[in-house]
Design a protein. Structure first.
Length: 490
């Protein structure tokens, strides 16, 4: 089986790998085996300062590099990521726990963003109009901002850095990446591969650490933009602290996603798709379904069908190709999820499939289905972030839409039906930024924005596609008059 080639977590600053000044951060454990993998550094203001200065020093030359030349590094990056796909997927699986096929899937979504960013010479263009007044022309150009900080969570160790980094550098910015301190190895390997493209020193830098490193980035006067993905309380904090010092900030937060199943939904595919959404990546996807709302007679078949799908899943080490669901990220996370299942039972739900007995040295929780959680239960509003699906019932689609409206989150929702009219009404009225129609994980492709709403997003421009280009550039409007063409008498 694949193993790590290093247990040392290092920073990459100004084109050099450097040892962190302290290793006093989290102990890193393989979530499937319980084996130690190393220790994450706590991170320090001094390291962040070095990385930001390296990025700032690289900015003038990088900004002046023609866009068509900048994207040549991304073409190379795409090809290297394809070449190293198996190795990178194994690395994600070792430190995050998801299955190999999920790791490959995440990397494919990341590579898609590199591909889209290769189109920057077209996508970054502004616009112009001649003769806005006689002899006067007006031109809008987009220019890079400077140093951009990218702060990412544990659940997609490579895809989420790639939601931002390719666009930031293709538009002429330089970057300091601060990956999750629970999965530092995949990001380090990504940066090694980026370095292999020959990208000039300082354009991409890596600092490791937790809150110390994040705070230092948020307060640093040379950081112009911050892209963050993580839990809602931290997203709110990062948004407030980063904006307070005038930075441009985009923060994607947590989620509590609902799917609505109508009686006319195709039973077999609906069940398979919802099971994959709820239990895939051990429920640790920000688009994972957490609550299924059955309407009318869907109540009769869905509970039995989803219970049998959940019970049949093979839980184990994601490196084993037969495994269908891996562990959750840490033992602490496992304890939290087990306790939330217990609270669900205390608050009136019945665990019709109970994953609390899952065995193994790793942090395993089996697929769990909670039936009949009351609407008033605090668990209805809690992001569990584990393989736990609640199933509740509503009389009508309108009632389900109102239930979603009451949620503090707005990341995603889906409807399963064969009725175009019901689907259209749902997608028109529902209060989430990503919507699926017969789709369990409505993850936008790289050329669409990843559009969370409400407590799932803080900011204006989202990740990916055209939003990313808007986010990483400033608009400049030039109004020109030439002496030969005097258009006004003074
Ligand atoms: P997290 O909030 O714990 O950590 C995210 C990042 O913030 C990490 O880099 C971490 O080191 C840093 N951080 C943690 N605590 C901090 C603090 N107090 N101050 C400053 N920085 C801090 O998130 P996580 O557990 O790594 O990831 C899971 C969460 O991310 C879930 O809530 C999930 O829904 C969310 N998520 C959202 C999306 C989305 O697109 N909306 C995508 C993926 C994950």
């Amino acid at each position: 089986m694949a193993t790590l080639t290093t247990t040392k977590v290092r920073n990459f600053i100004g084109g050099q790998w450097v040892a962190p000044t302290s290793e006093a951060g989290l102990e890193l454990i393989n979530p499937a085996t319980g084996d130690p993998l190393g220790r994450a550094p706590a991170g320090s203001g001094a390291e962040v300062d070095d990385a930001v200065h390296a990025a700032h020093a690289a900015f003038p030359a990088w900004r002046a590099t023609p866009a068509a030349d900048r994207v040549q590094f991304l073409f190379k990056l795409k090809s290297l990521l394809e070449q190293h796909l198996d190795e990178l997927a194994a690395l994600i699986t070792i430190e995050n726990g998801k299955t190999l096929s999920e790791s490959k899937g995440e990397l494919r979504r990341g590579i898609e963003n590199v591909e889209v960013a290769c189109g920057i010479p077209v996508l970054m263009q502004g616009y112009s109009l001649e003769d806005v007044a006689p002899g006067i022309d007006e031109i809008m150009v987009r220019q890079p901002l400077g140093v951009a900080a990218v702060i990412t969570p544990f659940n997609f160790p490579l895809m989420i850095p790639l939601w931002f980094l390719p666009y930031a550098i293709a538009t002429g910015n330089t970057v300091v990446l601060k990956p999750s301190d629970r999965v530092p190895f995949s990001a380090a390997r990504l940066v090694e591969i980026i370095h292999q493209t020959g990208l000039p020193a300082g354009v991409v830098n890596l600092v490791n650490g937790g809150k110390n490193a994040v705070d230092a980035l948020l307060d640093h006067p040379l950081v112009r933009a911050v892209s963050f993905v993580g839990s809602t309380p931290v997203a709110k904090y990062v948004y407030a602290r980063g904006s307070a010092s005038g930075k441009r900030v985009q923060c994607q937060g947590g989620a509590k996603n609902h799917v609505v199943v109508l009686p006319d939904a195709d039973q077999e595919t609906t069940t398979k798709i919802i099971a994959d959404s709820a239990f895939g990546c051990a429920g640790q996807r920000c688009l994972a379904v957490s609550v299924t709302v059955t309407i009318g007679e869907a109540k009769d078949w869905f509970r039995e069908a989803i219970s049998s799908a959940a019970t049949g899943l093979k839980v184990g080490n994601g490196l084993d190709p037969a495994t269908q669901m891996g562990p959750v990220i840490t033992q602490a996370s496992r304890e939290r999820v087990l306790s939330l299942i217990g609270q669900g039972a205390e608050q009136g739900a019945k665990a019709i499939v109970d994953g609390r007995g899952a065995q193994g040295a790793g942090s395993f929780v089996g697929p769990t289905v909670l039936d009949g959680l009351p609407a008033s239960s605090p668990l209805m509003e809690t992001e569990i972030f584990g393989p736990v699906l609640s199933v509740v019932h509503a009389a009508t689609v309108e009632e389900a839409i109102a239930m979603i409206e009451r949620s503090a989150y707005g990341n995603a929702s889906s409807i399963f039906t064969s009725s175009g009219a019901a689907a259209r009404k749902f997608r028109n009225l529902v209060s989430t930024g990503n919507v699926g129609v017969n789709i369990g994980v409505p993850a936008p492709m790289a050329y669409f924005p990843f559009s969370g709403w409400k407590g799932s997003f803080f900011g204006v421009m989202h990740a990916q596609g055209r939003d990313a280009i808007e986010f990483f550039t400033d608009k400049k409007v030039i109004v020109e008059r030439w002496p030969r063409e005097w258009s006004r008498k003074f």
